[in-house]
Write a protein that binds this ligand. Sequence first.
Ligand code: ZN
Ligand code: ZN
Length: 131
Amino acid sequence: MKQIRQTLQKEVTYNAIMNMMGHPTAEEVYKAVHEISPHISKATVYRNLSALEDKGVIRRIPKLGTGSDRYDKNMVPHFHAKCKLCGKIFDVMLPLDGVLEKAKVMDDENFNLISYQLILEGTCSECRLKE
Ligand SMILES: [Zn+2]
Ligand SMILES: [Zn+2]
């Protein structure tokens, strides 16, 4: 019975993030889950997000400076741009095929690349309009 409940809670978390726009924080996913299933605890939602990340269903964008880690359901390879003023995250398409092979890791010629993150920082057009 416990197993079934855990699976259902994972499904609620999964459905919540799939119905959200953009790149929500764990807190935002929890709020969305809470509206549907108020009995699911924050710890459970956070654990389910980690489990979904481990499975490769969603991915985590580590926080940049201030703010929280965010989750991304778009698994097509892409990068992110972050607005320094409002913190909004935008998807960035940037073909890097063949470019990373040329990357030189200083002081370790045999460094084995497993993954990489690239975050562009700037100000979004909405924030610039307000200025
Ligand atoms: Zn902005
Ligand atoms: Zn994204």
